[in-house]
Design a protein around this ligand. Structure first.
Ligand SMILES: [Zn+2]
Length: 444
């Protein structure tokens, strides 16, 4: 391998100090001023690990060919991720701007969480470290994250991953242990709810679901994972509150009876329920894989991953869409309805605007209704399942990532890779960069 072909060149403008958040110096000063401190508060511990990762990245050395190729592969994977990451960040910044302009002036004075929100969102994933773990997977260590799992597209991806890791092993275990169990997906969409009524509708919809589960019509529903979505519908006057349900069915299930029972309990006969069979879910997953250029068969695990991703993604949908599931083709085709006919989904007619285009009042209604609201719930054999914790992998931090405001994209810098001539590889010792003192605490 010719190391010179690696195009990772340290730019002359690269200054490690730019990659360090002011907060870090604050933490160092805090710790200095309290030498008697025995336990370190959690949030400070996070910043300390971030500093440690930064120092590791700054002093990173390549010691072997194998290490080099692992890092090059991780760096390539990271670079592929930069464009979609930039789209997510731009959305989050537009959202922060909308909230600052439309929501904070009206509600910020008495609601601190609204007042702080634009700042939190616009600082989210501004800069961080990049690395590779012992499994060869790329890793990011962000200095600041907004932690707003319901409105941040990056946090939502993380949430989806967390659900996948938590529930899929249990779902597969039950499906494999009991051949009679079937996997299905329900989308339960009542008539749109008028503005000002979102909060009430959200709780009542989950209550209706929980109540119908105690009825005979649901006797064969063994377990369910339910995600509630509540986008603003076209026209900005109503909410499209609905439930996405992944369910394990262990016997005969009467769709028609379920539909009328649900409508009766909800108190409105206009409730649309789409029942999607595992066969159909598999077809949709296969179509998605083909679009991604992947040729492997849609295993049950892939079908589950795909379905869970679909269930949590709409709220933060970055661009407007004429159909909430259009990205995926989910529901585009025929869905099985209780009367056996193929009908389009109600959601197909909706031209919902993305959240950053919502009117301020509606955003505030949504934000208040979702505060402290658990939008993901599980039932039956999936209730309260333990998370199968994977072993923590060690990470080698080898570089930095930073948002460039001028060009609206992320840039990745690695300190030393590519500066090492191939022939000197084995014996190379790195000289520290002249600007490294910028990294250290002023009198450290
Ligand atoms: Zn965020």
């Amino acid at each position: 391998m010719n190391l010179e072909t690696d195009n990772t060149v340290v730019k002359s403008t690269f200054n490690p100090a730019d990659y360090v958040d002011d907060q870090h110096w604050g933490v160092i000063n805090y710790l200095r001023s309290r030498p008697q401190l025995r336990t370190i508060p959690n949030h400070i511990e996070g910043v300390l690990s971030s500093i440690e990762a930064g120092e590791q990245a700054l002093n990173h050395e390549i010691k072997s060919q194998i290490q080099l190729s692992i890092i090059q592969a991780a760096r390539r994977a990271i670079e592929l991720e930069l464009a979609p990451m930039a789209e997510r960040r731009k959305f989050e910044q537009r959202l922060a701007y909308m909230i600052a302009r439309e929501v904070v002036p009206k509600y910020g004075a008495f609601d601190k969480s609204i007042k702080d929100l634009p700042g939190k969102l616009s600082n989210c994933r501004q800069c961080g470290k990049i690395g590779v773990d012992t499994g060869g997977d790329k890793r990011f260590f962000w200095d600041t994250k907004c932690n707003c799992s319901k409105i941040c597209p990056d946090e939502m991806r993380y949430e989806s991953q967390r659900l996948t890791e938590k529930y899929i092993p249990h779902m597969l275990m039950h499906l494999n242990a009991n051949r009679r169990l079937k996997l299905q997906k329900f989308v339960i969409s009542p008539r749109n709810v008028p503005k000002e009524k979102l909060h009430e509708a959200k709780s009542r919809l989950f209550k209706t679901w929980a109540n119908i589960n105690r009825r005979k019509v649901c006797e064969h529903l063994t377990g369910a994972l339910v995600v509630q979505e509540d986008p603003l519908a076209a026209g900005d006057e109503t909410w499209n509150v609905h439930l996405n349900v992944l369910v394990l069915v262990g016997g005969h299930f009467n769709w028609s009876a379920f539909r009328s029972e649900f409508a009766r309990m909800w108190g409105d006969e206009d409730v649309q329920i789409d029942f999607v069979t595992e066969h159909r879910m598999k077809q949709l997953t296969e179509a998605k894989l083909r679009r991604q250029g992947r040729t492997e068969p849609a295993t049950r695990e892939l079908v589950l991953i795909h379905s869970i991703n679909e269930m949590v993604k709409y709220v933060c949908k970055i661009s407007g869409s004429d159909h909430q599931h259009s990205d995926d083709g989910n529901h585009d085709g025929d869905v099985n309805t209780a009367d056996g006919s193929a009908k389009g989904s109600r959601s197909r007619k909706i031209e919902a605007r993305p959240m950053d285009k919502w009117p301020g009042e509606r955003f505030y209604e949504w934000f208040s209704a979702n505060r402290g609201f658990r939008r993901t719930r599980s039932y039956g054999v999936l209730y309260n399942v333990p998370v199968q914790s994977e072993e923590e992998r060690e990470v080698e931090w080898f570089g930095f990532v930073k948002w460039n405001d001028q060009v609206d994209r992320y840039e990745v810098h690695t300190s030393f890779i590519g500066l090492i001539p191939a022939d000197k590889f084995a014996t190379q010792t790195h000289t520290k960069p002249t600007n490294q003192q910028n990294w250290r605490p002023p009198d450290g």
